[in-house]
Ligand binder design. Structure first.
Ligand code: ZN
Length: 92
């Protein structure tokens, strides 16, 4: 869960202001809803299990992808609202 204050490669500041990443929970929510929708539809068309199997499988999946969801939502939020952009000079 720890995060660098600045990129060790290019030096860009990764926390523009205190509490900046609170807004990332909205991105995380969007990712979660998208995953639940896709998995729910896939389960319905491929297997059509009982209601409790839907609940158990989606909760299990959300727990498994939580670390990825946490990081990707911060990255997406930083690129959307952090005022940084990709610079090809620092590639690789
Ligand atoms: Zn960098």
């Amino acid at each position: 869960m720890a995060m660098n204050e600045a990129c060790p490669h290019c030096g860009v500041r990764l926390e523009p202001e205190p509490g900046f990443y609170q807004g990332a929970m909205y991105v995380s929510y969007g990712i979660t809803v998208a995953c639940i929708t896709v998995v729910g539809l896939a389960l319905y068309f491929l297997w059509n299990p009982s209601e409790w199997m839907y609940v158990g499988i989606t909760i299990g999946l959300m727990l498994v992808i939580a670390p990825l969801n946490y990081r990707f939502s911060r990255i997406i939020y930083l690129y959307l609202f952090g005022g940084i952009k990709y610079d090809s000079r620092y590639r690789d």
